[in-house]
Design a binder for this molecule. Structure first.
Ligand SMILES: Cc1cc2nc3c(=O)[nH]c(=O)nc-3n(C[C@H](O)[C@H](O)[C@H](O)COP(=O)(O)OP(=O)(O)OC[C@H]3O[C@@H](n4cnc5c(N)ncnc54)[C@H](O)[C@@H]3O)c2cc1C
Length: 412
């Protein structure tokens, strides 16, 4: 067992929450490292659709409360980072699209028009006329309404990789399976690798892994809820599946389907067109929980044919990903709309709830660190440069995970 490896702050969990926290805290001069059990973004972050929401989703569900209005600033905060002028540097990350579409059938057009004309939406939403329609909505048989929403969609792997590269000397692959509190520090253990690290403060950003970490610390609060999803995917040549980022709105306020698209480059040995993957979220993914893979694929085929009857999906290959969202527990089981940050002594536990809201989550973490610092010994909370050289040589760097569709072995 490696002993006396002491750091000020250990962040546990290398999804977007842990990585953004690492970047901000390093810039503020904290001595901090990040520990990831497996590969960076191997859970929710890598499985996300990469949409940087600005509150439209909550406006659609009538949940755009005063407090969740900070979400409206998220596209601008991310945009500044992508331009290299924000709170963290994402200038090497890629955007998949500057905007998303919202479409609906003709019979729902009146309801949508009224809603999108409302004050809260009009600045970000533009109604498109038919000559502006891009594929696949430019087909003669499409007779619905189409809006363009100015909220970007990001290539999440490039976001993660760009943060990893900037802080790679502080990011390690360790599966923390035991934590014990001693005097003024916490001992973190990876039993398999037989490594122990001592940290004065902990930030738990391990998504669903927070539950086991809190258990290990014998903390009963905060509690967590899991909301499972079964996300269908289909792939075909780019001429069959155009790259789109679009929400189909039905009679209820929740999108019936959210489609995001990714390129699967054709290997140099195979000539021809790149393939495109469509990844399907929204109602289809929520209702699909409990179905077998075959049943979910059939449901996805049927739903797409109903929502896009003018398209032909017969040449597509199919799969689906089962994944859980991890969030703070809501007393009524509902979906939280704001990031959640809790502090008990020197342990901060956080869930961003949405990838897009990570910057707000990290603001809250910094507030908690600074409020805990007031009235505490400067010896513990002094900000210092990293002096972890002996420890670093013993630890394995963490790599970025492949995206889910690149891991599918058998497309059906
Ligand atoms: C299918 C899907 C689609 C989504 N789409 C969007 C979207 O388009 N836009 C949006 O804003 N949000 C979206 N979300 C929500 C968003 O993905 C999550 O809110 C966000 O990624 C959570 O990030 P995280 O870092 O908290 O958790 P995670 O990404 O789950 O990361 C937790 C990390 O902790 C590690 N870990 C766990 N236990 C330990 C341990 N004991 N020791 C060390 N490491 C540990 C895990 O390996 C993992 O890498 C989506 C979520 C899902 C599931």
């Amino acid at each position: 067992m490696i002993a006396d490896n002491q750091v000020d702050i250990a962040i546990i969990g290398g999804g977007i929450a842990g990585l953004w926290t690492l970047a901000r805290l390093r810039q503020l001069g904290y001595q901090v490292i990040l520990l990831e059990a497996d590969e960076l973004a191997c859970q929710q972050t890598g499985a996300s659709q990469g949409i940087i929401h600005g509150g439209t989703k909550y406006a659609l569900t009538g949940k755009l409360t005063h407090s969740s209005q900070s979400i409206q600033k998220m596209p601008q905060r991310w945009k500044a980072c992508l331009e290299g002028q924000g709170e963290i540097d994402l200038s090497q990350a890629k955007k998949l699209s500057d905007h998303q579409y919202l479409w609906s059938n003709k019979n729902l057009a009146a309801r949508l028009t009224g809603f999108f004309a409302s004050r809260v939406m009009s600045s970000r939403m533009k109604s498109l006329s038919s000559h502006e329609f891009a594929a696949p909505f430019d087909a003669d048989d499409f007779n619905g309404v189409l809006y363009q929403l100015d909220e970007p969609v990001l290539d999440i792997q490039s976001v993660i990789e760009s943060i990893r590269k900037q802080y790679e000397t502080l990011i390690f692959q360790l599966n923390i399976d035991q934590i014990s509190a001693a005097d003024e520090s916490y001992e973190l253990k990876d039993s398999r690798q037989n490594i122990a690290i001592s940290a004065q403060r902990l930030i738990l950003t391990a998504g669903s892994g927070n539950e086991q970490l809190l258990d290990s610390l014998q903390l009963k609060q905060p509690e967590m809820q899991r909301r499972p999803l079964f996300m269908p995917m289909l792939k075909a040549r780019a001429s069959i599946l155009p790259r789109i980022y679009a929400h189909c709105l039905g009679a209820s306020a929740l999108p019936k389907m959210t489609i995001t698209a990714y390129t699967l480059p054709v290997s140099s040995s195979q000539a021809g067109e790149d393939e495109v993957v469509w990844y399907l979220g929204g109602e289809i993914a929520e209702k699909g929980v409990g179905r077998t893979l075959d049943e979910q694929i059939s449901a996805a085929k049927q739903a797409l044919q109903e929502l896009m009857p003018w398209m032909n999906f017969s040449q597509c290959q199919w799969s689906a990903l089962a994944i859980e969202r991890a969030e703070p527990k809501m007393s009524d089981g509902s979906r939280p709309v704001e990031p959640a940050v809790f502090r008990k002594d020197n342990v901060i536990t956080a869930w961003p709830v949405k990838l897009a809201m990570t910057p707000v989550m990290v603001d809250k973490i910094i507030e908690q660190l600074e409020s805990a610092q007031r009235g505490q010994s400067r010896l513990i909370f002094e900000k210092k440069q990293s002096t972890l050289t002996p420890l670093i040589s013993l630890l394995t760097p963490a790599h970025t995970a492949k995206l889910p569709w690149k891991k599918v072995q058998h497309w059906l």
